[in-house]
Design a protein around this ligand. Structure first.
Ligand code: IPE
Ligand code: IPE
Ligand code: MG
Length: 273
């Protein structure tokens, strides 16, 4: 089926070409996760208030979702608010929550028109009621969509996720549904908030910091990291393409040696080694 364009404006010929070259060049990651950082610093550098930085970041989210869907990325996970972000000044938190509500109201229909499913992970019940309600409505509306899943990590942290998984596993052991010696990595995966998605292939962090800030700790065991100095509000599809090109140039060895990876690739291509 012909894919519908995400925006009203037509995709430029150059962009279509750039995307098809990228697809020919190598594999497009199935799952991209992004730490959208640097909104405050962008605002400061431009003589604006921090919240204006967060607002400007919405355009980056839109362009990222659009270009990833066009490229055929299956899962896009966006770190929007961490467990630790609750420690920020109250005024910034409430402005962020308000922005989330406004953005959901404005963008959900467009996501739905483009067959994109909205999902959320994190301690969602900690969000203000109206935020939680708006999120549930957007998720319900888009639940049947299949082109790409956009997951917002909200009030999320990797340690929270591992903790909640441990609680539900322990409860199952207590009730006799599970035995302690049957716990393995698959069982742990199934109890994480990310149970329904593959591990990220590529993690992008904007704003130049070389840290994970409690994002997907378990799930990024073999994820390729790409860090850019660009602040999130400056980030556009061209930066996604650069990150994917960098990803395509890496050799993912998963603990093996180069020759094994080379032989595996040959076998997969149907060539006898
Ligand atoms: C990321 O930008 C957005 C959130 C954490 C909500 P920041 O607000 O952390 O921006 P910097 O890092 O202060 O520049
Ligand atoms: C990470 O950014 C969280 C999000 C992007 C939502 P932070 O700005 O909170 O990270 P630290 O505090 O610099 O590690
Ligand atoms: Mg930051």
């Amino acid at each position: 089926m012909e894919k519908i364009e995400l925006t009203d404006k037509k995709q430029s010929k150059e962009d279509i070409l750039k995307q098809s070259l990228l697809r020919q060049r190598g594999q497009i990651p199935k799952h991209i996760a992004i730490i959208m950082d640097g909104n405050g610093r962008w605002a400061k550098a431009n003589g604006k208030l921090r919240i204006q930085g967060h607002k400007a970041g919405v355009d980056s989210v839109r362009d990222t979702i659009e270009s990833c869907a066009q490229l055929g990325v299956e899962h896009l996970t966006l770190y929007a608010f961490s467990t630790e972000n609750w420690r920020r000044p109250k005024a910034e938190i409430s402005a962020l929550m308000k922005l989330l509500i406004q953005t959901l109201r404005k963008e959900t229909q467009r996501l739905n028109d483009n067959d994109i499913r909205l999902n959320a992970i994190g301690e969602l019940t900690k969000l203000p009621k109206i935020c939680y309600k708006e999120l549930q409505e957007s998720m319900k509306l888009t639940a049947g969509n299949e082109r790409m899943v956009v997951t917002l990590a909200l009030s999320y942290s990797g340690r929270w996720d591992i903790n909640q998984a441990m609680i539900s596993i322990a409860q199952k052991i207590q009730s006799g549904e599970l035995s302690a010696d049957s716990i393995n990595q698959d069982v742990i995966n199934e109890h994480l908030a990310t149970a329904e998605m593959p591990d990220p292939d590529l993690l992008i962090r904007t704003g130049g910091e070389f840290r994970i800030s409690n994002f997907l700790l378990w799930q990024t065991a073999y994820t390729e990291f790409y860090i850019t100095n660009k602040y999130w509000p400056e980030f556009r599809r061209g930066d996604i393409y650069e990150a994917i090109e960098a990803y395509q140039s890496r050799e993912r060895r998963f603990g093996m040696i180069s020759e094994q990876i080379y032989n595996q690739k040959k076998e997969n291509a149907g060539v006898t080694v």
